[in-house]
Design a protein. Sequence first.
Length: 92
Amino acid sequence: MNERTSDKECMSEPAPIKSWLFIGVLSFIPIVNIVAFFILVFYEESNPSVRNYGRAGLLNVGIVVIAIAIVSMYLPIDMDEVRREIVLRMSF
């Protein structure tokens, strides 16, 4: 057994299917999923596999937010040009 792994984590039971289904549904709802991931990560009595899922979810959200920020910095959108294009297409 690894020194960093506690006995409680090694002896824990697997999470039931109902909890995974509930977590999966929460993962699809925007903003709620981020709150749910934080709760999963910092709730002390949660199952280690569920806690790791929460960590992975937060990591994915962080990567997506950073990627969107980088892309939006290098790909500015001129809203006046978008409006002109919409008006131009609607006039035909």
